[in-house]
Design a binder for this molecule. Structure first.
Ligand SMILES: *Cc1c(COP(=O)(O)O)cnc(C)c1O
Length: 405
């Protein structure tokens, strides 16, 4: 009998093919091993599974709906467009799915404090929420550029009781926030738990976060079949680190006739003139390398260091990508494509005005791709993971792009 994909990958050392692993100092390696052991214990424990189920239903409001975007489908006159509504998950994005799981794991391990970085602020808000729920301390590191851009989320974190640490070196965005949070974690790895915000970082995080996000794909698949009587022809998700994409893809990997498409941010570049530093499309334009404790595909500068990146979506602004995405792409199971800032903002307004749903700019990348290909796919069905809502983005969008009229 064939081993199911999710059991086979990653292997016991955290590798998806040559990608993944745990390239970290000795002290951290020891912590990662403990986290992995604790996770393996509770992942098979009925009490833990039941508590997580209860949290998802009563606290998060899961299952989130699947929505047939009838107005968009009519307008683009091609493929049917369906949205998995993670924007309706408590706190407004998919991130609470892994934060509640990570916090539950940290609590089980006897940790007192949750530490993390955040880009758009969604992971910070989700983790601050989880910390409040479980009565734990919480410290969130955030680049000063993002603090300005995503101010409502900074306020939410502080109201929820978290300490927000501004990061003022380098480009002052997501990558530096990771460096800063990691340093804070290193100062007290015994009492604190670094809750990584995506399917990145050293083993076992890419696996743990994927497993906690898997619920998105399980729900979406069942809902899709119930609603349409069929499977989707294509599943589309935006890829920053890759957690919302892995969440929804993971339920379809063995259904080889379903196209899985990850959308990376092309930023200020356009497809005929791609400039390093102006985008964050790691899988599309990167090469093999290590950062933040794992081996994957990354964007490098001419010294081989992580390149500076840009996307209008703070949550996609990362020079590497989860190792599982690197693997699935390398074996041809997933495809990647790119959407730039301008196309994402257009899709942001289109969904808002045509369906009454204001999407996160991150999610707008996935949507923009679906709208681009839909006219040529008549008779097919596209499932888009709408990873989050756009409330956090409205001030920034209006200031820079007006009301989209
Ligand atoms: C953080 C975030 C993302 C990007 O993170 P992934 O790990 O790639 O999913 C996408 N959408 C929203 C709404 C986010 O908050």
């Amino acid at each position: 009998m064939k081993t199911p994909y999710l059991k086979e990958f990653p292997n016991k050392d955290g590798f998806f093919g040559k990608f993944g692993g745990a390239f970290v100092p000795e002290v951290i390696a020891k912590q990662m091993k403990e986290i992995n052991e604790a996770y393996n214990l509770i992942a098979q424990n009925a009490e833990f599974i039941n508590e997580l189920r209860k949290i998802r239903k009563d606290f998060q409001g899961r299952p989130t709906p699947l929505y047939f975007a009838k107005n968009l489908t009519k307008k683009y006159n091609g493929a049917g467009i369906y949205l998995k509504r993670e924007d309706l998950n408590h706190t407004g994005a998919h991130k609470l799915n892994h934060c509640m799981g990570e916090a539950l794991l940290a609590k089980f391990m006897g940790k007192k404090k949750l530490i993390a970085e955040t880009g758009a602020g969604q992971h910070g808000v989700a983790l601050a929420t989880a910390a409040a729920y479980f009565g734990m301390e919480c410290e969130i590191h955030m680049g000063e550029v993002d603090i300005k851009k995503e101010h409502p989320n900074v306020t939410r974190m502080r109201i929820l009781g978290a300490k927000v640490v501004p990061v003022s070196f380098g480009a002052k965005t997501l990558k530096e926030a990771v460096d800063s949070a990691f340093e804070a974690y290193l100062s007290d790895p015994i009492n604190s738990f670094y809750a990584i915000g995506s399917v990145v970082g050293p083993h076992p995080f890419p696996k743990i976060v994927r497993d906690f996000q898997h619920i998105v794909g399980i729900e979406a698949k069942e809902q899709f079949i119930t609603m349409t009587g069929e499977m989707p022809d294509m599943v589309v998700a935006c890829v920053g680190g890759g957690s919302n994409a892995m969440g929804i893809f993971s339920a379809f990997i063995e259904d080889s006739y379903v196209d899985l498409v990850g959308i990376e941010p092309l930023g200020r570049s356009n497809i005929n003139n791609v400039k390093l530093g102006e985008h964050a499309a790691s899988l599309s334009y990167g090469s093999e390398g290590q950062m933040h404790g794992f081996n994957s595909i990354m964007l490098k500068d001419n010294k081989g260091e992580p390149a500076s990146v840009h996307s209008v979506a703070s949550g996609l602004d990362y020079p590497s990508v989860g190792p599982e995405h690197a693997y699935l792409h390398s074996i041809g199971r997933t495809k990647v494509d790119v959407i730039n800032d301008k196309e994402a903002i257009e899709a942001f307004f289109t969904l808002s005005k045509m369906e009454g749903i204001i999407p996160a700019i991150e999610s707008s990348h996935a949507l923009a791709y679906a709208l681009k290909v839909a006219p040529d796919l008549k008779g097919k069905k596209i499932l888009v993971n709408l990873s989050g809502r756009g409330d956090k983005d409205i001030d920034f969008v209006v200031e820079n792009y007006g009301y989209g009229d």
